[in-house]
Design a protein around this ligand. Structure first.
Ligand SMILES: [Zn+2]
Ligand SMILES: [Zn+2]
Length: 358
């Protein structure tokens, strides 16, 4: 029997297995709330704090230290940006001497060019974004915005991916707080899906998908984690990761350089609010992958696009128990146990003062 579920967490149908639709990617996820009640015999101990030094002479991101190829970092005092020494994309990819594939070829390949950069948040080896002052955090937002603005002046750059990959569990190789920008000549898979769905939505409804979604979330309130005048952070209705968060701009601004100074300040504030709650959840430096989705740089207007950020953290129950995307999820679709409503309520209830300052 097929039942259409009302989009409300008060619905008791949400206590039993169901699937939820992600209108941005047009993909479904399986929610199994009853499994969150199953007995757990795994580890729940806290890990001791890392106690990093303010400066690490062996860190290739600290001021004054040497990087790959003998390049020396300047004695920087704020943010610090450089071209990635091991870039995944290069500005001038050699055009391969291959025959153009026919449209239905099973062996398609194309050259891809781009520019990859690293952005250190501050000279301090030991301070993550929620531990910076609001002014310092705003300077990070401004650096991301300025970098995006500079990169999109290049007509060969169509997509600018700003992201932060934090924590060894995410494969981050250096604990010095930093982010990356990979910019390239094609739109990657995830934003390409979101572009199509947002275009279709505005064509039908006349309004941006994410602003309609935001209005619904504001009216319901149950999945909101934090909000200020210009941004709202929610655990999205269709969240896959246990404590996934979506930060949405309150107006249809399409890129980071499109933000006003008060909006950059508000974004820094909400970024710190989300990441402070994350750290306070298990009282550790909480790992995640985070990234902004900006409209493509293709000379077209993008009234459908609303600037937003996705936070994808892997931890589930403690500092050591993470969610894996394996088995059914590799072969079928993503699945979660605790509901997005429960996750949002937990994050919302946490103090906004970082645990290391208490
Ligand atoms: Zn360092
Ligand atoms: Zn997105």
């Amino acid at each position: 029997m097929h039942r259409q579920l009302e989009m409300t967490g008060n619905n008791t149908l949400f206590d039993s297995p169901h699937r939820r639709y992600n209108p941005l990617t047009r993909e479904w996820i399986l929610v199994s709330p009853h499994r969150a009640k199953r007995p757990w015999q795994g580890q729940v101990e806290k890990t001791p704090p890392e106690n990093l030094p303010e400066y690490d002479p062996t860190c290739y991101l600290c001021p004054g230290n040497e990087r790959a190829g003998g390049v020396k970092n300047p004695a920087y005092t704020g943010t610090f940006v450089f071209d990635n020494d091991f870039a995944a994309l290069l500005p001038e990819a050699p055009h391969p001497q291959i025959q153009a594939p026919s449209a239905d070829s099973l062996f398609k390949a194309e050259p891809e060019t781009g520019i990859c950069r690293v952005i250190c948040f501050s000279p301090r080896h030991d301070l993550t974004l929620p531990q910076l002052t609001l002014e310092e955090a705003e300077r990070v937002i401004t650096a991301w915005s300025d970098q995006t603005a500079g990169l999109i002046r290049n007509p060969d750059i169509v997509h600018v991916q700003v992201f932060e990959n934090k924590g060894a569990v995410m494969g981050c190789s250096n604990p010095h707080p930093h982010s990356q920008i990979w910019s390239q000549s094609q739109i990657p898979t995830e934003p390409a899906k979101e572009l199509l769905s947002q275009k279709d939505y505005i064509a039908i409804h006349g309004r941006p998908l994410l602003l309609d979604y935001l209005a619904e979330e504001q009216a319901r309130g149950e999945r909101i984690v934090a909000a200020n005048e210009h941004f709202t952070a929610v655990v999205p209705f269709w969240a896959v990761w246990p404590f996934e968060v979506l930060v949405i701009a309150h107006r249809a601004v399409t890129t980071l350089p499109g933000l006003t100074q008060p909006e950059r300040r508000a974004l820094a504030e909400i970024y710190q609010s989300v990441t402070t709650r994350y750290d306070n959840l298990f009282e550790i430096s909480f790992p995640y992958s985070m990234g902004f989705h900006q409209a493509p740089n293709d000379k077209l207007d993008h009234p459908e696009w609303v600037l937003h950020a996705h936070f994808y953290p892997p931890l589930l129950r403690s500092a050591t128990v993470r969610k894996f995307m394996v088995g059914y999820e590799m072969l079928g679709m993503p699945q979660r146990d605790i509901t997005p409503e429960t996750a949002a309520a937990r994050l919302r209830s946490l103090p906004e003062i970082h645990y290391t300052r208490r």
